[in-house]
Ligand binder design. Sequence first.
Ligand SMILES: [Fe+2]
Ligand SMILES: [Fe+2]
Length: 482
Amino acid sequence: MPDGTAVDYDGLIPNNVGLNDDLRVRRALETWHPGYIDWWRQMGPEGFQDRLVYLRTAVGVGSEGWAKFGFVRMPEYRWGVLLAPSVEDRKIGFGAHKGEPAWQEVPGEYRAMLRRLLVIQGDTEPASVEQQRHLGATAPSQYDMRNLFQVNVEEGRHLWAMVYLLQKYFGRDGREEAEELLRRRSGDQDSPRMLGAFNEATPDWLSFFMFTFFTDRDGKMQLAALAQSGFDPLSRTCRFMLTEEAHHMFVGETGVQRIVQRTCEAMRDAGIDDPTDVERVRALGVIDLPTLQKKANLHFSLTLDLFGNEISTNAANAFNAGLKGRYREDKLTDDHVLMGSTYPVLRLRDGGIVREDVPALSALNMRLRDDFVDDANAGVTRWNRVLERAGVEFRLRLPHVAFNRRIGEFAAIHADAEGNVLSEEQWQAQQGSLLPSADDNRFVVSLMQPVQAPGAFASWIAPPRIGIDNKPGDFEYVKIEA
Ligand SMILES: [Fe+2]
Ligand SMILES: [Fe+2]
């Protein structure tokens, strides 16, 4: 058996799961591989597929130095199956089986539930690649283009991660699900991706940065909850995926931060004090702060929908079964069973929003969502530091959770960013100041002119403080000239 930290690079599929000695699974994955490559060529990044891109590839799973950087053509990226090292004598940490040894095989009674969890997670990975496929053509710099492609190849690897579990532990139905994951398409009328936010368009780079800030953060929360799983192979898979996910959120957070910075600089240089003087700010070729706020409102609310209903028996069942824990379950100090406990949840009562204590088990989606909001807020605070330092009188903030929802109790009402319930007429009157209008979107899209010279950046975004892998500012991250 491999020791779990070194990755075997000899075969078609780099791995640290001993695929060489696991003929059945190796064959299944090798059979799936051409379909994956077809999918990547059809639905992966448009253009640049034959260009050399400075990408990181995982060569180990230890906390130190798991990545190696080098120039790779994306279709030749070494997508592999990588699990975090196993923890000796690991026990199930929560639910009805708390304290029992973690499962190395799928417990029969939970087979269907576990398969569903894998498929839902797996479906989001290729979906985001599909959503982002047109963005290479309008990248604001080589640095950003490279980051986009890095995120894309890693989402591809995350699909591999889920497909490995399906094929190794679910036999024939696992193979069928793996095929389906390549068949569904983001935004497709007949066979869409499974979750709403993964069928939305990502038409411009501001959307991309907001998506990686908010929606990849949902991914982080889901993976963190699954990393607690009593099904050990899932836990180990998710633990390694989280190390990659951190980079996706970095791309989103610093992307927006650099936009804020550039806008502040341009306003200062032009002597504009009023951030709501949208026309004058836009004339400088930068994105005005009110539009950034509206985009954040949109992506935040779309992402909240991914956490599902306020009250959920599925979430309770997955927790009881020991399959999906809470965020940082192992750091929490309660009984990890939650039979008699309650959790406060915002609910709709007689047309108003009230806080209500409900059984903690049925409120697990909300608990994860609350952890998500806290995590996102920390990033927003860092954006606001840029505004503070620049002396600009404007702060970004997250809207109320009832704002602009399509799933859960608040789908039935309209609310403003403070959580005041609005009538239909009030909503119609306010919508344009809370969500991006067609005009806002047109303006943002108008800025999306490609900048491809090494070291050059579009007018609306500041350069990063540090290059990828500490490369200098004019480093050629993508060899655009083939
Ligand atoms: Fe992912
Ligand atoms: Fe991600």
